[in-house]
Design a protein around this ligand. Structure first.
Ligand code: ATP
Ligand code: MG
Length: 560
């Protein structure tokens, strides 16, 4: 049944089982799914899961996926977000069927359906206030009370509907409700609101409409209009499913008729994952925009150096279940390491430089040594890096009073410099504060990398750069954005108290090997021993800026 070129080796998940049953029974001819974002913010990694699920299943079963903007709330929506969402879905590697679609394309059909329901006595205009409607709904354990406007005549309802849409009434003064069941134990079935009056300008329909449909009224009907076979959404919509079905059952039959199936949403620890919260971080300046590399947005992850494949692999590995769960951030980081390990060129850059004078190396002499670009990728070739009398190593790689198991540099000790020679520390210089500022070392010509004739076992291998050829770059190092596993609290803004004040470290004058001078925005590298880095779009011709995507090892797993 599965027509994917890459055979699925794991057991089928519950949605695949359902799809296969639907195809076998003939209920479904073609698998048609949709990804239905509301354009009120940028997509986050949770949406990526939904994208992978919807597009992935359609691909797997030879169907198609629509991109449908759920643009039913003009007060929060914007073209900027529409553009951002399209860019992110494409970047993740998916192609939607045909043109992007919009719930607003169906406003006329939804209106006509409403007229149909009103004529059938299944929808009415209600003048009750928001508070009155809430009071009528009551509590789940007791039946609610009917609105005094519930039994308006069909003619009156149709007249009021038309005038609501023309803008004759104030926002909040009237709504359209479905005439359903005020005694239902499911609160969503107690005469749900179908339309509210909004006096906002819509980014696509302008001022044409005076009323806007609620999610529940727009969603299933949009699915039906588009011929969606499987409407996949997250678990919080499970309680909406009876309403989804009720609306479809009241209207003339659709073929195919869509069915809703829920799965659990993706949550990450040390992170918040609702657009509303993410928007707050942006608008209040806690981060530098939606694409800040600390954000869980697709735009932020892209800028941080994540690849589409790493995000897809992560989403697939998280899997599809109905179990509520919180995924460990290090599981996401594992997937980007796995991908970059195969593809990122190894280079050398010293983040906290300490000068080394190689006292027995001639002044002015530079030797260019050949090193391979990526031992994991035989196709990646090699490049030349300079070695000279003045070098930089990482300050933390030298210790004056080193313990026995310190395999880096200490007075009298010997280390190998990656791809070059072994050096031995003869002396060091301190400044007036007692900080070591310069090492004096000798090199051994017989230890040249690949041609070592000494047979000596040298445990430590350090990265280094040659001072005169090195280029100065900026590195942006990131920590968790939040400092507790679950940053959400009891109140809506509580998560702001859990922000990590040290989530961004900007380091100037990182000394990088000269091959990096030609790096382009988006290029990805492994800075040996320091992590994976990606060139940031803030870079200018004179100054490259690197974001650390992730460290090489899971430093969190150890400390947690
Ligand atoms: P948020 O709560 O972050 O605002 P949303 O559900 O309101 O998200 P939409 O733009 O309406 O955002 O969502 C588009 C689709 O993405 C929906 O089908 C929704 O179920 C799905 N989705 C949103 N968040 C997640 C998540 N964390 N995990 C999986 N799917 C998600
Ligand atoms: Mg939503």
């Amino acid at each position: 049944m599965i027509s994917n070129e890459e055979e699925v080796k794991r057991p089928l998940n519950f949605i695949e089982e359902k799809i296969e049953a639907d195809l076998a029974s003939g209920r479904t001819q073609t698998v048609v799914t949709r990804f239905p974002p509301e354009p009120n913010g940028y997509l986050h990694i949770g949406h990526a899961k939904s994208i992978v699920v919807n597009f992935g299943l359609a691909q797997q079963y030879g169907g198609k996926t629509n991109l449908r903007f759920d643009d039913t709330n003009p007060e929060a929506e914007d073209q900027e977000f529409v553009d951002g969402i399209m860019k992110d879905v494409s970047w993740l590697g998916y192609e939607w069927a045909g043109e992007p679609l919009y719930a607003s394309d169906y406003f006329q059909q939804l209106y006509d359906f409403t007229v149909y329901l009103m004529k059938a006595g299944k929808a009415y205009v209600d003048d009750s206030t928001q508070e009155e409607i809430a009071a009528q709904r009551g509590i789940p354990t007791e039946p609610g009370t009917e609105s005094p406007y519930r039994n308006r005549s069909v003619e009156e309802n149709l007249d009021l509907l038309e005038r609501m849409n023309k803008g004759e009434f104030e926002k909040g003064s009237k709504v359209v409700r479905a005439k359903l069941d005020m005694a239902s134990p499911n609160m969503h079935m107690r005469d749900p609101i179908m339309y509210r009056i909004l006096k906002a300008h819509h980014h696509r329909t302008g001022d044409k409409w005076g009323i806007y449909p609620m999610y529940d009224w727009a969603h299933g009907q949009s699915d039906a209009i588009e011929g969606i076979s499987h409407s996949l959404c997250t678990l919080e919509f499970e309680v909406h499913r009876p309403l989804y079905d009720w609306y479809l059952d009241q209207l003339p039959p659709f073929n195919p008729r869509p069915y809703q199936t829920e799965f659990s949403r993706l949550n990450l620890n040390y992170m918040v994952m609702s657009k509303r919260s993410l928007k707050k971080l942006v608008l209040r300046g806690y981060v530098n925009g939606w694409d800040d590399p600390r954000m869980p947005t697709i735009a932020g992850l892209r800028r941080r150096g994540y690849t589409p494949a790493s995000i897809r692999n992560f989403a697939e590995a998280v899997g599809l279940t109905r179990q509520k769960s919180i995924t460990d951030m290090s599981f996401l980081e594992f997937h980007i390491r796995q991908d970059l390990n195969k593809t990122a060129a190894r280079v050398m850059a010293v983040i906290d430089p300490l000068k080394v004078i190689v006292t027995n190396w001639p002044e002015g002499k530079v030797e260019w040594l050949e090193v391979e670009n990526n031992p994991e990728d035989p196709e990646s070739g090699s490049r030349k890096i300079p070695f000279s009398r003045e070098l930089f190593i990482e300050a933390e790689d030298f210790m004056e009073d080193a313990p026995k198991n310190f395999f880096r540099l200490s007075p009298g000790g010997e280390v190998r410099l990656k791809g070059a020679y072994a050096i031995q520390c003869q002396d060091f210089v301190k400044d007036e504060n007692g900080k070591v500022v310069e090492l004096h070392c000798t090199y051994d010509p017989a230890t040249k990398s690949g041609q070592d004739t000494t047979g000596r076992k040298i445990k430590g291998v350090l990265h280094y750069v040659s001072a005169s050829e090195a280029i100065s770059v900026e590195a942006r190092l990131y920590e968790r954005l939040f400092n507790v596993e679950d940053p959400t609290g009891d109140t809506e803004d509580a998560f702001l108290d859990n922000l990590n004040p040290d989530s961004l470290h900007i380091v100037q004058n990182v000394m990088a090997e000269p091959s990096l001078a030609t790096a382009q925005v988006g290029d990805k590298f492994q800075f040996m021993r320091k992590g994976y880095f990606c060139v940031d779009p803030d870079s200018t011709p004179g100054k490259l800026i690197f974001n650390r995507t992730v460290t090489l090892k899971d430093s969190w797993a150890k400390s947690n």
